[in-house]
Write a protein that binds this ligand. Sequence first.
Ligand code: BV8
Length: 239
Amino acid sequence: MNDRTSESIVILTGAGISKESGLSTFRDADGLWARVRIEDVATPEAFARDPEAVLGFYNARRAKLAGGGIAPNAAHEALARLEADWPGPVLVVTQNIDDLHERAGSRNLIHMHGELLKIRCLACHEIIAWRDDITTATACPHCAETGGLRPHVVWFGEMPLQMEAIAAALDACGLFISIGTSGNVYPAAGFVQQVRGRAHTLELNLEPSEGATLFAESDYGPATGIVPRAVERILSEGW
Ligand code: BV8
């Protein structure tokens, strides 16, 4: 094995890594998009048209996540162990808006699609940690304005967060791992094309994603089985 221990690792995660913790994915048969339409709850136009419907969609998800009973699983914990035990830099870039990676111990983490347990005020632009419901009548805890609070979440048509930092990490990494994502949503689904040919690429998913053929290596099965196994192998043998 080459000595790769100084090389950096970037890990992209999607809703599949949180499925075994009890959170819904989007495109599985029982997923969120099977129950509501993206156009009705996850776009700026939907929020302008019917803010209470959009706030209600995120209130229900926030209440489930904040209400107890949802905990990180062995896959989240394995990624935290990889960050702690790998000698080089490890960055998790998650599309997920839950807080399971940080609760498992991941520190070097980017939520590129925002965070369910934060809200943003359109009047004062403050980003505020928040675990309760919000309605159009809720006053901003920072500026007291009402009617301007929204989830701190990236909707379709909005620019994902920290894209420059993500691009720099992708350009520098020696290993790119994609976990629990169907590879449908861009720009995240395009990250593998940005690194392939230069970094080693590994897909860990329940089933082949839309971009499966772009990966040099893959393993399929529930994340709580295949992710700890992959982490053990990387820590003992590299790639
Ligand atoms: C943007 C909000 C540009 C929070 C989400 C090309 C380039 C750039 C953009 C586009 C493009 N083509 C189209 C676009 C537009 C659009 C897009 O990609 N549309 C798609 C539908 C075609 N992209 C955007 O709008 C993005 N913005 O590009 O802005 C721009 C430029 C200039 C100026 C302004 C803007 C913004 C995208 C973010 C949208 N917000 N979420 C929320 O409500 O959660 S996206 C949503 O999908 C979630 O974030 C989710 O994470 C993400 C991806 O879904 P997955 O995580 O992959 O989940 P999915 O259910 O699909 O798959 C789960 C997988 O897990 C499956 O494969 C399953 O097999 C597996 N699995 C299940 N169980 C398990 C498992 N795996 C392991 N173990 C298990 N147990």
